[in-house]
Design a protein. Structure first.
Lengths: 458, 96
């Protein structure tokens, strides 16, 4: 068996490990093993690649691998679970950036050696553009999720954005026709950078999970097209797998918001003009920790609905305390989680898992909705639009038709919220003035701890 | 590899990816994303060749940065996924 055969065989085994690993990641029981299989596939792929005889300077590789490993490991092990969305965005951007650089380096090298052909040029053009979009798009998403970036665009942004998308086509054609002119390649990268920035900047709040999932898909597509540049089947297979799974996830997120992907990307989220307090008049009933505790003492079934507010207040551990306290007195406690609660697909699930809350107690929207009618108390913690009954009842509402958690079906709804300020959709929430709703104005964490204290004292 | 074979691989892998992911519970959405994200760091193997070939200063530099970025993506991605998933698994043991 020649050296090349060993490499190709290694790649085949790596591809199988990726497929089996990805399949494993889809079930809670098999997920840790799936991740491990994926990692082994990657290690194998790297090891057999090092057998490649065109690699001459191993010290360059060793240095870059060590630097990358140290930075990656530090980031992964130090990050707080509440910062997970940022980190996923950051890693995603790095993947996209690497694809741009690899495509550029291989293209430049091929042209120097006179080996370029149309396929390679087209693939390099597509990779440079998509990879660049992924890189800057992820960086903007990172800044927005971190809360350090509040810029949401400028007048005429959509025109510049459309221009940066349209200009890519003639640039790619020029690159294919004049491959010796590197300028076209870098112009394509620049257009991608601009599109990535302008495509992500106007998007905020509840649309964020869609964008994160989409950027994830794009990083896969960029890896796949890099495979066309390098003529490498493993890159094509692994990249397409990730691209496809990212697209499926993007679709799931869009469905949960009743918006199409194009709407999320090209139209600003529909918003109302609620100013907060004024919309509700005297209809709001405020409550306290002690009152909620009294309600909970006589409850048989309690559903907790977490939202982004729980993440901001880092209230997940307090929520666990509450759950343990209630379970100790025989109350059934489960969680109802909206697919786009938080800023990333599955955000709430990760936070609750960090607080050691069993995932079997976490229910999807479809599972939990029929059970609200037999629920004594539902506690909404820092969620707003995803529990807004206007989505069901008011056909003119900006969120009309969005599937929501029907918390208003339960006997009593306690909404923990810092103020009556509207959610991301900027509309008032009729839930707050419903007869069975009580508003608990406080920071999520403090409120939950207050309830636990009251329960212990009572 | 001819273009047609490359395209065949691409299309089949897209279908396979969609099949594999279609019914993943919401609980696993985040680990799935970070885990698949780490797999998309497969660009690393292309980066290794670009960086190691010693063609010109430019390609070596591009390759070097690419290896660094892709390694952060791969190592960080798998590690953080593992960290998340061990939170799910650890609790199971505590209960039983």
């Amino acid at each position: 068996m020649s050296r090349l055969d060993v490499i190709d065989l290694g790649y085949l085994v790596a591809a199988i490990l990726f497929i089996v690993g990805l399949k494993g990641l889809g079930r809670p029981r098999t997920a840790p093993r799936g991740n491990l299989l994926g990692a082994s596939g990657m290690l194998l792929a790297v090891l057999v690649t090092l057998l490649n005889q065109s690699i001459l300077s191993y010290w360059v590789l060793a240095l870059a691998l060590v630097i990358g490993t140290v930075i990656g490991a530090l980031l992964a092990l130090k990050v707080k679970m509440t910062s997970m969305p940022e980190l996923v965005a950051l890693f995603n951007g790095f993947g996209g950036g690497a694809s741009v650089l690899v495509a550029a380096a291989s293209f430049v090298e091929a042209v120097d050696l006179g080996l370029e052909d149309t396929q390679l040029s087209i693939a390099a053009a597509v990779t440079a553009f998509i990879g660049a979009v992924t890189l800057t798009g992820s960086m903007i998403a990172f800044g927005k999720l971190k809360g350090s970036l509040e810029w949401s665009g400028f007048p005429g942004l959509s025109l510049v954005r459309a221009a940066s998308l349209l200009v890519a086509v003639p640039l790619a054609v020029l690159l294919v026709m004049q491959p010796e002119n590197q300028g076209w390649l870098w112009a394509l990268v620049a257009a991608g950078f601009i599109l990535g920035v302008l495509g992500t900047v106007p998007i905020g709040g509840a649309d964020m999970p869609v964008v994160i999932a989409l950027l994830n898909a794009l990083s896969g597509v960029a890896a796949s097209t890099t495979g066309f540049v390098l003529d490498n089947p493993l890159l094509i297979i692994a990249g397409s797998l990730v691209g496809a799974s990212g697209l499926v996830l993007t679709q799931v997120m869009c469905k949960a918001m009743n918006r199409s992907l194009l709407e999320v990307l090209f139209t600003a989220a529909p918003t109302g003009s609620s100013s907060g307090d004024d919309d509700y008049g005297d209809g709001v009933t405020a409550t306290s920790g002690e009152e909620v505790a009294m309600l909970l003492e006589i409850a048989e079934r309690v559903v907790i609905v977490p939202g982004y507010g729980m993440a901001v207040a880092q209230a997940q551990h307090a929520v666990r305390d509450l759950m343990v306290r209630l379970e100790a007195s025989g109350v059934e406690v489960v969680f109802g989680i909206h697919p786009v609660a938080g800023r990333m697909p599955g955000h709430m699930n990760v936070l609750l898992a960090e607080a050691e809350i069993d995932y079997e107690l976490l229910f999807d929207m479809d599972q939990i909705n029929p059970t609200f009618a037999r629920t004594d108390v539902t506690i909404v913690i820092g969620a707003n639009d995803v529990v807004n009954p206007a989505a069901r009842t008011d056909p003119d509402s900006p969120i009309a038709g969005m599937p929501i958690l029907d918390v208003d079906d339960s006997r009593t709804v306690v909404v923990i919220k810092r103020s009556l300020s509207p959610g991301f959709a900027g509309i008032s929430n009729p839930l707050f003035v419903a007869d069975n709703a009580l508003l608990y104005f406080a920071d999520a964490r403090e409120a939950v701890l207050e309830i636990v204290t009251a329960l212990n004292e009572g | 590899m001819t273009l047609l074979i490359a395209l065949t691989l691409f299309v089949l892998a897209v279908f396979l990816g969609m099949e594999l992911i279609s019914k993943v519970p919401a609980t696993l959405h985040t680990p799935l994303m970070s885990g698949s994200n780490a797999i998309s760091g497969i660009t690393l193997i292309g980066a290794l060749v670009s960086a190691g070939t010693d063609h010109t200063m430019l390609t070596t530099t591009l390759g070097f940065v690419a290896v660094t970025l892709a390694t952060i993506n791969v190592v960080g991605g798998f590690l953080v996924t593992n960290r998340m998933l061990s939170m799910f698994a650890g609790r199971k043991k505590n209960r039983s």
